[in-house]
Design a binder for this molecule. Structure first.
Ligand code: PMV
Length: 369
């Protein structure tokens, strides 16, 4: 077996309509549809190195040795610190993916490498370009990049893989389904710029008419969160506001898709604002209430409220974290960057643009073994 190395990357995604509450927690089937924008440079890079050994997987607590060129200009490049349970979640997912390889490969007429399948040792190194556990959906980007790297590790022929990847959207979507089993929201990081997820399926709706969008996040706090999103998915159902939640979010999602078809950004902004308040209100009113908000979160929401639903106004949202995300028409990017810098002097502001989803950056057998 020739040792090989594959480097993948997957961006984070920012939901306007939220995945909160699971219908099936084994398979990560959501209670309601959600809708997100795929990012680009705020991403996870995974390097998998395949060598002959025991058929097992290892996590190496180091950043990948290959850093894609466009991610090498400054910025964060940090290997995430994983707890024992985090590491076991990752390696359990890799085992799950390995078990699904024959059916995935058969379905798409791909040949898998039997030797790698039986004797391949997979070693993973990963890095994020943003602070981990800060509500920038690091689990979405890391599980998407990890799923892509693991699936690709078993191919006999990189060219055939690349062709199917480029030509067949159902191949990406099959990988998104596998990724969802490890982390629900990761299924929205396989295409872009906008992804709709309902039940088992996540895909980019074709008939949207939005302009190119820019993204900012005001980093209010970058410490790991006290309540994990898995825990949040459970606790929201104990809120008195859970009654009717699924119907409301289905209705709002239909409205937001309609507004996106006519490029009505003011309506999108109002709907996203209502959704962010509803999700966080579920947290604040759970039987065991909790909050992700910091004083800076409220300061930002108060400041931004004056532009919600206005011409040139931002789409504002929060994930399960204190950091405030803005999505704006690219033509207002400079305006919003200077406004945010002037208002949030004490906070770091990260910037990104819309993206197209997970990709492979490098296949190599050179210099290995
Ligand atoms: O994929 P999970 O279980 O980490 O869910 C995260 C869900 C939110 O980020 C809070 C909302 C969303 O739709 O992304």
């Amino acid at each position: 077996m020739r040792p090989k190395r594959i480097v993948t990357r997957a961006p984070s995604n920012i939901a306007l309509m939220k995945y909160m509450g699971k219908l099936d927690s084994q398979k990560n089937i959501p209670d309601n549809p959600s809708l997100s924008m795929t990012l680009s440079r705020l991403c996870t890079v995974v390097e998998v190195e395949v060598t002959r050994g025991e058929a097992e997987s290892r996590w190496v607590a180091e950043a990948p040795r290959f850093r894609p060129l466009d991610l090498s200009r400054g910025g964060i490049w940090a290997s995430p610190e994983l707890s024992t349970s985090g590491r076991s979640k990752v390696l359990t997912h890799v085992d799950r993916v390995r078990a699904l390889i024959p059916s995935l490969y058969d379905r798409f007429g791909l040949e898998w490498d039997q030797e790698v399948w039986r004797f391949g040792q997979l070693q993973f190194r990963t890095a994020n370009t943003f602070p981990a556990a800060s509500g920038i959906a690091s689990s979405a980007s890391s599980f998407a990049a990890l799923t892509l790297a693991t699936c690709a590790a078993f191919t006999r022929d990189a060219e055939v893989w690349n062709r199917i990847w480029a030509d067949r959207s159902d191949f990406r979507r099959a990988l998104a389904q596998i990724s969802r089993l490890g982390s629900g929201s990761s299924c929205r990081s396989f295409e872009g710029p906008w992804v709709y997820w309902e039940g088992e399926n996540a895909f980019a709706p074709v008939e949207l008419a939005l302009p190119e969008m820019a993204h900012f996040v005001v980093l209010i706090r970058t410490q790991p969160k006290d309540v994990s999103s898995s825990e949040a998915h459970l606790r929201v159902k104990t809120s008195p506001l859970w009654a009717g939640r699924v119907d409301r979010v289905i209705h709002r999602t239909t409205e937001v898709l309609q507004a996106m078809k006519t490029a009505d950004l003011q309506a999108v902004s109002r709907l996203a604002w209502a959704e962010l308040w509803e999700m966080h209100s579920l947290f604040h009113t759970a039987a065991q209430p909790f909050t992700y908000w910091e004083p800076g979160t409220l300061q930002a929401l108060q400041f931004l409220s004056q532009w919600v639903g206005q011409d040139a106004g931002p789409i504002v949202t929060l994930d399960a974290g204190p950091n405030v995300h803005l999505i704006v028409d690219q033509k207002y990017r400079d305006l919003w960057l200077s406004r945010l810098k002037a208002e949030f002097t004490g906070f770091q502001i990260l910037e990104d643009v819309q993206g197209a989803g997970a990709q492979i950056d490098e296949w190599s057998t050179d210099g290995l073994g």
